[in-house]
Design a protein around this ligand. Structure first.
Ligand SMILES: *Cc1c(COP(=O)(O)O)cnc(C)c1O
Length: 246
């Protein structure tokens, strides 16, 4: 299959959608006085078939983010290390074993028991996993993530685990069709990161924030990783469960 044959939103091809998203990332970065290369585009590929992901990789996508351990592992079998794998969904402790084998970065660390298990499994595989602590700033019961009061204490403990490298924070704000409604959440995440960096004397370079609908706002507020699904691959089937419970 040639890259240009797979369709994405608005009938654009995947290649065109990718280019368009990159242009928007660049414009947002420049608007904020930032360097566009500071921002990593992660394709959020839950429910996206392997063939489509492969086209996106041919078109230059370097990083993909998956939400379900089993789905991610099955796709990894077919795609391998041509891309970097990010885990962005709620993670059950008993799935740490799977993701520790092949993921580079876990964005959804939200409790010490999970961190300890990830570190143990990473060590068994002689790997070090990059981790971001997920913060539930909207206080939504349906979303995972530690609440703002718990971040410092979790960060302090995670930073001591031998096979994890804490690199930053992640958040998913409450959904709102107006992207501006995400701005204060993203700003708060950045301030929280700054404070924890100071208090722990630890470098936390990454802020994983921004999705299809609000990534430009996230970049203006300091995002270094944006996780984008719909704007690259089109709408997902409605049957896909967006927020798995543990
Ligand atoms: C699905 C998902 C995304 C991407 O969402 P879009 O709105 O389709 O861009 C980003 N982050 C997480 C954690 C997701 O589950």
């Amino acid at each position: 299959m040639k890259p240009m044959e797979v369709k994405s939103p608005g009938n654009a091809t995947i290649g065109q959608a990718l280019q368009r998203v990159r242009e928007r990332i660049t414009a947002a970065a420049l608007r904020a006085g930032r360097k566009p290369e500071e921002i990593l585009l992660i394709g959020a590929t839950k429910s996206v078939p392997v063939e489509v992901i492969k086209v996106a990789i041919q078109c230059g996508l370097t990083d993909i983010g998956e939400n379900y351990a089993q789905e991610a592992w099955a796709k990894f079998q077919q795609i391998g290390h041509q891309v970097r794998w990010h885990f962005i969904g709620a993670l059950q402790t008993n799935k740490a074993k799977v993701v520790a084998r092949f993921c580079q970065t876990i964005h959804s660390l939200d409790r010490l028991t999970l961190a300890e298990e990830l570190s143990r499994r990473a060590e068994q595989n002689q790997r070090v996993l990059e981790c971001l602590i997920e913060v539930n700033l909207g206080g939504e019961a349906t979303k995972s993530g530690v609440d703002r009061m718990g971040v410092l204490s979790l960060a302090e403990k995670v930073a001591k685990l031998p096979s994890l490298r804490l690199v930053g924070l992640m958040t998913i704000p409450p959904y709102h069709p107006d992207a501006e409604m995400s701005r204060l959440f993203y700003r708060e995440l950045r301030k929280l990161r700054d404070r924890i960096q100071d208090q722990l004397g630890l470098a936390l370079p990454h802020l994983s924030m921004g999705m299809s609908q609000d990534f430009e706002v996230a970049i203006e507020e300091g995002a270094t990783m944006v996780r984008i699904g719909t704007a690259l691959f089109g709408p997902r089937p409605v049957l896909v469960k967006e927020v798995p419970r543990r």
